[in-house]
Structure formats: structure tokens, C-alpha cells
Design a protein around this ligand. Structure first.
Ligand code: 5AD
Ligand code: SF4
Length: 465
């Protein structure tokens, strides 16, 4: 299983692995030992496409060496490119999209018996178990932390973004079902959950609207704050995270729920995309630079110690030097803890991809990207340095990559923290750590004491749907 792209994809990969395991397969140690290779793809930016086709090229010789090998391409790029995948890479056996992940095992079997299959659905299946990743068997990367999809698709129309085209309209998962699912996770020892959705603020609106249209007397209102509270109240759940809210829709109820629910971590991913009002309008983002900063201020006022991360696109079509300088100004004022910065990449089929006469030359975006990185790095360093002297709780995920005597974990603010420990600590341990030093992307601490030991079963049984 090879995954490209976002957490939604990572989570889909967990489902696919879970389904294949339930079908009798086991994970291979290496690519060249595998009888099935699934590439779960991303199409959000250009390099994602290129990487996939390069990787498919490399797999050709494996197929020659092992004629039983089946190669499947899943995910967003499959949804977008469909038959093109097999046109470009005829050795691919199965292509399936974002709406039929639940068919992974069957499609591989069918292809084994009757040849290559491309199956892309236009719409998500309506039954819960098929539509939502978490309702399917899943094999998770980490035993103490789990992702839970609360909503799929997106109803916005950001001019640069391919997501609505490949993931479809917004559909929320039933509230009660979600809470039950997190309870079941807590029962097997999961202590941290991350709620996933493209626009979590509108979570539940579609469900309520449908009930209202069916004649029920329900008020259509955002349910996300309630969900945070109910999930946060579940016994055993120590940390709740979520990603992402859309700045235009961040509501006071969400901020209050964050502040009042102990388990909800002090971290907000708040995608700015651009600072200039003109560009934001052309992107259809629904806020101005000023409004973004006001909302951020409200969030920080409501949730003390809030860490804020963001996404920024450089070189959107027509971005002038003045527009870009405004991005620098807003980013500097926002004092982000960290940022994902992207060079604009035209995605065929999206609105902005048509504006070819306004594309920004590569040397200009390169220079702008460097200047933006300087601004982001300055606030990253400063925000990390502000943690020195504080005591934080680290959720340990294992020994550090560089030094087995050093443990690595994440603070509630989602910052990476390294600290020495005489004995190795198991993943899922919570430890109090005093922060003594910091860098741009990490904190260094000293272990004070252990606050909780892991309780998860080391291997969560795969259940059939
Ligand atoms: N070009 C560059 N970046 C993009 N993103 C989405 N679409 C594009 C694109 N066409 C970025 C946005 C989004 C993040 C997940 O990817 O910043 O928030
Ligand atoms: Fe894409 Fe905009 Fe929807 Fe986010 S809100 S997934 S950027 S269309």
C-alpha cells in the first residue's frame, strides 16, 4: 500500500488495507515481495500526478518478474484520470476511485479472473458502511491514535481546487453513529482521535436539511461544536483534533466548544491561501485578509495557548507583486506556528486553470516562495521558542529516528517534542515534559513523569463490516 496526499487519503488507505486483510491478505515486507500493490493517489498538485506516473513506470519491471502481481491505482487521481491511467500505464490491473473504496477486495478478485477493470463511480454510495472510511474494517498505522471521517466531499468552489470534482458534494456522517464509533475506539484503548472533513464547520447541515425537507421540525444549525463536546466527553479519549475548518465558516460555537472541552487540543489549522483581497475574491474564499485576521484573533482570545497552522498558495494566476506582499503582511501578522506553502498548480477542470494568460512565471514564484518561507520560518522559530520553560504533555509515538534513547511525541499544540528517557516508552504513553530548547520544527524537553500508560491492544482485530 503506497499513499500519496492528505490525511483523507491516508485514512482511505487504512480502509483498503483493512479490507484486503479481511479478504485473507497480509502485508508484504517489501514492494518486490508483494503480489498486490495498491497506489492510493492524490491529484491536488502537479507533482502528485508526476510522482504517480513515475512510480508506475518503475513498477513495470516488478510485473515482469512476478506475473501474478496485481497493480491497483485508487484515490483522487484515479477518480480524475480514469481510463487515462491504463492508457499511460497498461500494466495497471485495477483502477478505482474515491467513491468505491469499499470495493477494493472484490475488484482485485474480479480482475484476477477476468482482466483489467476501471471502475469509477460518479457519486458516493449512500449506505454508511460504503461511503465512510471509518465504517469499514481498517488497519491503522498507530494503535493509540485514530482518524475518524465525519464528512466527505466539499460544497465550496475554490477556483484552484480539484477536491469538489474528485470527492463530490458534502455528505456528513450521522452524529450518533460517530459518537458510537469513537466509543468503540476508546474501548480498545484509542486515546486520541482526529476528526476529518474538508469543511468541518458545515458538519451536519446536510443531514438536518434533509430531515427538515422531510417535514421534521429541526433547526438547521452547525453541529460541529456539539460533536467536539460529545466526542471529547467519551471516557478514555484524551485528545481530540480536527482538520480543517474553512476560515469563512469558523463559528463562535466551535471556539467555545474547543475552549470548554478539555480533550480538544489547542491547535487550529486555518488555511489562509492568500492575503490580498483581490486574489481571495478570485479564489472564491469568502473572506478578506482583514476578516481572516479578525477570526484568528477571536479564536486566540477564546482558546488560550492556541497554535495555528495554515496553507498558503504562491503564484495564483494574476498575483501581482502587491498582492503577494499582502500575503507576506497577513502571514507575518498571523504569526503562524507553521505553514504548508504551495506553488499554484493548474488542475485541469478547475476555474483558475483556464486563466492561462495570467499564469505566473516559475522564476517569479520561486522568488516569492523563498520570501514567504523566510516570513513563516521567523514566526515558527519564535512560536516554538515561546514554549521553552513551559511544561507540556507529550503523547509518545516512539523512539526518535536519530537516537533510540530519545523519545518523540507530540504536544497538545501538535508540536514535535524530543526528550531523553532511561527506558524506552511505548507508543501511546503520555508524559509530562519540561521544554528546554526549541528549533524551527521541534521542541526539546526533559522528562518529568509519566501521566498515563498505553492501554490499547497492540493489534486491533480487523472486524468485518
Ligand atoms: N495549487 C496549489 N496548491 C493547491 N492546494 C489545493 N489546490 C492547489 C493547487 N491547484 C493547496 C491548498 C489547500 C492544500 C490542501 O493544498 O493550499 O489548502
Ligand atoms: Fe478545495 Fe476550497 Fe473545498 Fe478546501 S474548501 S476542499 S480548498 S474547494
Amino acid at each position: 500500500m503506497r499513499t500519496f496526499g492528505c490525511q483523507m487519503n491516508e485514512h482511505d488507505s487504512e480502509r483498503i488495507s483493512g479490507l484486503l486483510e479481511a479478504d485473507g491478505m497480509a502485508e508484504a515486507n517489501a514492494m518486490d515481495e508483494a503480489d498486490v500493490i495498491v497506489l492510493n493517489t492524490c491529484c491536488i498538485r502537479e507533482n502528485a500526478d508526476n510522482k504517480l506516473y513515475a512510480q508506475l513506470g518503475q513498477l513495470k519491471h516488478l510485473k515482469k518478474a512476478n506475473p501474478r502481481l496485481q497493480i491497483a491505482v485508487a484515490g483522487c487521481l484515479a477518480q480524475k484520470d480514469r481510463d487515462l491511467i491504463r492508457e499511460k500505464a497498461g500494466h495497471v490491473d485495477v483502477v478505482f476511485g474515491t467513491h468505491n473504496v469499499h470495493r477494493a477486495a472484490e475488484l482485485l478478485t474480479e480482475a484476477r479472473e477476468s482482466g483489467p477493470i476501471v471502475e469509477i463511480l460518479e457519486e458516493t454510495a449512500r449506505e454508511d458502511a460504503a461511503a465512510f472510511p471509518s465504517a469499514l474494517p481498517a488497519k491503522r498505522e498507530s494503535d493509540f491514535a485514530a482518524w475518524v471521517t465525519i464528512q466527505i466531499g466539499c460544497d465550496n468552489n475554490c477556483a484552484f481546487c480539484i477536491v469538489p470534482a474528485v470527492r463530490g458534494p458534502e455528505i456528513s456522517r450521522e452524529f450518533a453513529g460517530l459518537v458510537t464509533e469513537v466509543k468503540a475506539l476508546a474501548d480498545v484503548g484509542v486515546t486520541e482521535v482526529t476528526l476529518l472533513g474538508q469543511n468541518v464547520n458545515s458538519y451536519g447541515r446536510d443531514i438536518q436539511l434533509a430531515r427538515r425537507q422531510a417535514g421534521e421540525d429541526v433547526r438547521v444549525r452547525p453541529l460541529f461544536g456539539d460533536l467536539l463536546r460529545d466526542v471529547g466527553a467519551i471516557d478514555g479519549i484524551r485528545r481530540v483534533r480536527y482538520t480543517s475548518p474553512h476560515p469563512k465558516d469558523l463559528r463562535p460555537e466551535t471556539i467555545t466548544a474547543m475552549a470548554e472541552t478539555d480533550a480538544v487540543c489547542e491547535h487550529l489549522h486555518f488555511p489562509l491561501q492568500a492575503g490580498s483581497d483581490r486574489i481571495l475574491a478570485q479564489m472564491h474564499r469568502g473572506y478578506t485578509g482583514e476578516r481572516f485576521l479578525e477570526k484568528l484573533q477571536e479564536a486566540r482570545a477564546g482558546v488560550p495557548d492556541l497554535a495555528v497552522t495554515t496553507d498558503i498558495i504562491v503564484g495564483f494566476p494574476g498575483e501581482t507583486e502587491d498582492d503577494f506582499v499582502r500575503t507576506l503582511e497577513v502571514a507575518a501578522e498571523a504569526r503562524f506556528d507553521s505553514a504548508y506553502t504551495f506553488v499554484y498548480s493548474p488542475r485541469p477542470g478547475t476555474e483558475a486553470a483556464e486563466w492561462t494568460d495570467k499564469f505566473i512565471p516559475a522564476e517569479v514564484t520561486k522568488d516569492r516562495m523563498e520570501r514567504l518561507r523566510t516570513v513563516i520560518e521567523r514566526s515558527s522559530r519564535a512560536r516554538h521558542a515561546e514554549r521553552v520553560g513551559k511544561t507540556e504533555i507529550a503523547a509518545v509515538f516512539g523512539p526518535s529516528k536519530r537516537d533510540p534513547d530519545v523519545m518523540s511525541g507530540r504536544t497538545r499544540q501538535n508540536k514535535l517534542v524530543h526528550f531523553a528517557s532511561d527506558k524506552p516508552l511505548k507508543a501511546g504513553t503520555y508524559a509530562r515534559v519540561k521544554i528546554v530548547d526549541s528549533g524551527m520544527h521541534y521542541l526539546r524537553g526533559e522528562l518529568l513523569d509519566i501521566t498515563a500508560l498505553p492501554t490499547h491492544r497492540t493489534r486491533i482485530p480487523v472486524v468485518s463490516a
